[in-house]
Ligand binder design. Structure first.
Ligand SMILES: [Zn+2]
Ligand SMILES: [Zn+2]
Length: 884
């Protein structure tokens, strides 16, 4: 694919990226063939919602997976990264309903069957957007194995699982309190509820004690639910109420008798320490109700209207009912006081209406028996969380797990495979659609209207996608998968459910390791959200900067499990990094005339050659080690420093004299060989992180194969790490850095040559410095370098510095105008002192300290500290110059 001409002068990601992605796909590099002679490595992609478009969270998640997949593939593992999408029940249904609304239609008007046709049409039209966007990112997933949670195979797996659990008695129907959206008219899961703080009230209501002058005051944020109260609870140790426990109160407005009981759940500090208990409309009250055998009395219906149990308030919408009830309580003398009260209110993620906790008949999975093995496998270490701290979070949840409400009152999803015979009342649960009742042979069968929670099918994802319940080759070869990479926000909803589902249905763990990553926050550390308008479209970043830049900047600074901030500076830095690699590679490629691969004697290498080869081998091991620990951000940093600093800024510079037209031919050939070896190694190490630019450059290098993707991963070669060369080079670099420092501090003009005297006591190092003095001369612009064992006389007007092996003297006479420099430094000193006085003045001002936000104060402290350091530095330099 490469041309004979060199690399273009400027790197254009847009031109390169589409080309290579197509090439990889066309050559089936992403699609592994099961080969039992090779070790498998497999990842299933957390399926994005089919309604979705790529956000930065996906981009990070998939970049991490792609790095692991490409790395393992290069290591020789037969690698499968299996992609797919989730049908996302409520999200997708809402999208299509929105579209229908444009036509003035509701789903009810259309009917279930027609509506579902519309959803499938919608999916056909828009459902591949997200997968296409994933390919722009460079994801090396096997599209030939792409799955959808509602495709035939996954649907079959869902049925199989439901029926198996049902037959084992692990699925049941029951009354349960769930989050109910009165607008979407469905139960929704906890994850679909968004809690927002809002200003409300706390109403204090007097409940008279039966046959007594006594009363009890309860405080509530939702007075309308009092109509459904079936008890009043106090803390067992609360002295104020001990004498009332076991008695009854008369519920105002309803004139019902309800018991006063004691429960540890009650918070004595909140309100009056006595709480009304409405088991049918509050999840905590529901639990208390179960503990104390209270009646569950529903007073609000599915659409948020008070029902027949609400007495004279029946038929009122819940907000209206609240007004009427508060009014009547006041009239009756039951309302003691109303306080302002800010508290979290649950809203539907889809439609933003207030969630109504409500009792309804739902399907459940019994969790205790399933949780047990899922706990054991994590405790034993068979499944490992990275970072380790998530183990505790997982175990806590699993140990306290509640039964899983799996039914949703939606149309889009896996319909519950249960049929009712209206003739004899038989309930049929079946893998295939029954045509007649097995009991009475009647054909009047009605399928349960509900569908399953979307997570029910995603819980099966690691094995349903590989063909389970059939014993397919993929399942045998690639399952259990190697690692799951996912965000910390779905450990309970997804990771935990995959673990118990895998164990229950396949008898095996679904994955060996779980690599948890954090969220991407904006530059100020806030979650990205539509309402804040602080989201960043990854596709825009790709279009402007290229996918490699997006990928690399996303993982820069990422540590396992922790959130990471997105900064545009990171993107710009990475773009510069890509350009740096491009330009360095271009330089190497343009200087390969006459190149051939040769065997080189160790003695023919220069010190810099041996150093860079040693560093390449050390860095290869470091990167590999970090990848094994899933510390991908740190691995990226190691590569960044190695490439930018050591390879580009040191080695290439040091190699330049040997590449000049006048250089010795055999020396040039050695330099060319080292450059090719190192650059090829670098590209291979960098490929998993920046797949496109590395592939493009790779094809211009001699000795390349058909793709860098399948080239081998660099492995540390101990024979090619020379410790003495590393040490020696380190000492020379220290001297060069010290000289550069002196030049900068004393304002030596960049073009000026300096004189240097090195005092080196150590015999060996004196030889090293002498043999490699060309490096010092070149890199620090030294035209006269003297290396001595002992200082006979300190040079006049000289600045000195010290490294481990050398005392350095640089006479400044004739290089800078010392008087002028003193004047300049004195001016700088004044500037620093002024700044320090200004900042300290502010910090000593009580008014400022007490009023300014903490971050402003911190910033001011930083400025003061900086000025202090600057002042000290200038003073030292002045002292040197004045002595000189
Ligand atoms: Zn809703
Ligand atoms: Zn029947």
């Amino acid at each position: 694919m490469a041309t004979d001409q060199g690399l273009s002068s400027v790197y254009e990601p847009g031109r390169v990226e589409r080309k290579w992605y197509q090439y990889w796909k066309d050559n089936n590099y992403f699609a592994p063939v099961n080969d039992y002679s090779k070790k498998p490595f497999s990842i299933v992609m957390p399926p994005p919602n089919v309604t979705g478009s790529l956000h930065l969270g996906h981009a990070l998640d998939n970049t991490l997976q792609d790095i692991l997949a490409r790395w393992r593939r290069m290591q020789g593992y037969n690698t499968l990264w299996l992609p797919g999408t989730d049908h996302a029940g409520i999200a997708t249904q809402a999208k299509v309903e929105e579209a229908l609304l444009q036509e003035g239609l509701t789903r009810q008007q259309l009917g279930r069957e027609k509506f579902l046709e519309r959803v499938w049409d919608w999916k056909a039209q828009y459902g591949s957007r997200i997968t296409e966007q994933l390919s722009f990112l460079g994801s090396s997933c096997d599209w030939t194995r792409e799955r959808f949670t509602m495709d035939e195979g996954c649907s079959k797996a869902v049925r199989e699982v439901f029926v198996n659990l049902y037959e084992k008695g692990l699925i049941y129907q029951g009354e349960y309190i769930t989050n109910w959206c009165t607008k979407c008219k469905t139960a929704i899961s906890d994850i679909e509820v968004e809690h927002e703080d809002s200003d409300g009230h706390l109403w204090h209501i007097r409940y008279p004690v039966k046959n007594s002058q006594d009363f009890i005051i309860v405080a509530t944020t939702r007075p309308e639910t009092m109509l459904g109260d079936t008890g009043v609870a106090v803390h067992p140790d609360d002295e104020r109420y001990k004498h009332l426990v076991g008695q009854k109160v008369i519920l105002p407005l309803m004139n019902r008798e309800i018991p006063i009981f004691a429960d540890e759940y009650v918070d004595r500090e909140f309100g009056t320490g006595a709480v009304k208990v409405t088991p049918a409309h509050d999840p905590n009250d529901f639990d208390m109700g179960i503990r104390h055998g209270l009646e569950q009395l529903r007073v609000i219906d599915e659409i948020g209207v008070m029902n027949e149990n609400a007495g004279e308030y029946a038929g009122l919408e819940r907000q209206e009912a609240r007004k009427a009830i508060v009014r009547d309580l006041q009239t009756g003398g039951y309302l003691i006081k109303v306080e302002d009260h800010r508290h979290a209110v649950g809203h539907c993620q889809r439609c933003n209406s207030i969630i109504e906790p409500m009792i309804s008949t739902q399907w459940f999975v019994k969790m205790q028996p399933l949780a047990k093995p899922a706990i054991e496998k994590v405790v034993s270490g068979d499944i490992q969380f990275i970072p380790e701290r998530f183990t505790r979070i997982y175990l806590n949840w699993m140990e306290n797990i509640r039964d899983w409400c799996i039914s949703r009152q939606l149309w889009w999803g896996h319909r519950i495979p249960v049929w009712y015979c209206d003739d004899c009342g038989e309930v049929i649960c079946s893998k295939t659609d029954p045509t007649e009742c097995p009991q009475c042979l009647g054909t009047d069968l009605r399928q349960d209207e509900d569908v399953l929670d979307t997570w029910f099918s995603s819980a099966l994802w690691p094995f349903s996608t590989m063909g389970w319940p059939e014993q397919t080759d993929d399942l045998k070869y690639f399952y259990p998968t190697s690692v799951l990479v996912t965000g910390r926000d779905i450990i309970f909803f997804w990771v935990a459910r995959m673990i118990f589902s895998g164990l229950e249905h396949t008898g095996e763990i679904p994955f060996h390791q779980v690599n948890i990553h954090g969220l991407i926050l904006d530059g100020q550390g806030r979650k990205m959200s539509k309402s804040l308008g602080n989201g960043i479209d990854p596709i825009e970043v790709i279009e402007k900067y290229g996918a490699d830049t997006l990928r690399f900047s996303l993982i820069t600074g990422v540590t396992p499990g922790n959130d990471v901030r997105f900064h545009w500076e990171k993107v710009e830095n990475t773009r510069n990094f890509a350009n740096k690699i491009w330009n360095a590679s271009r330089f190497v490629i343009m200087n390969l005339e006459g190149y051939e691969k040769i065997e080189i004697n160790l003695n023919d290498y220069t010190l810099a050659d041996r150093w860079i080869i040693s560093r390449l081998n050390q860095r290869a091991e470091e990167v590999n080690h970090l990848l094994e620990r899933y510390d991908l951000g740190e691995a990226a940093k190691v590569l960044y420093d190695f490439i930018w600093d050591e390879f580009c800024d040191w080695y290439i510079e040091l190699a330049k004299p040997r590449l000049s037209p006048t250089a010795d031919k055999s020396e040039k050939l050695i330099a060319q060989n080292v450059l090719v070896e190192t650059l090829t190694g670098i590209l291979r190490l960098l490929h998993p992180f920046m797949p496109f630019i590395t592939e493009e450059i790779y094809h211009y290098l001699p000795g390349h194969n058909e793709t860098i993707m399948l080239d081998s991963w660099p492995v540390k070669d101990d024979e090619r790490i020379w410790q003495s060369s590393l040490d020696e080079m380190q000492q020379i670099m220290s001297v060069i850095r010290a000289l550069r420092n002196i030049r900068a501090e004393f304002n030596v003009s960049p073009g000026a040559q300096i004189k240097t005297l090195l005092v080196v006591n150590d015999e060996n190092y004196r030889q090293v410095f002498t043999a490699n003095q060309a490096y010092i001369k070149q890199m620090a612009r030294v035209n006269a370098l003297e290396i001595v064992r002992e200082l006979s006389q300190k040079p006049a007007q000289a600045v000195s510095a010290l490294t481990n092996q050398a005392e350095i003297y640089v006479p400044l006479e004739g290089i800078i105008d010392i008087d002028k420099e003193i004047a300049r430094l004195e001016k700088d000193l004044k500037g620093a002192l002024d700044e320090l006085a200004r900042a300290e003045g502010k910090l000593n001002n009580q008014n400022f300290i007490s009023r300014a936000p903490q971050e402003v104060i911190e910033k001011e402290k930083g400025k003061a500290e900086e000025a202090r350091i600057r002042k000290e530095g200038i003073r030292q330099r002045l002292e040197i110059l004045k002595q000189a």
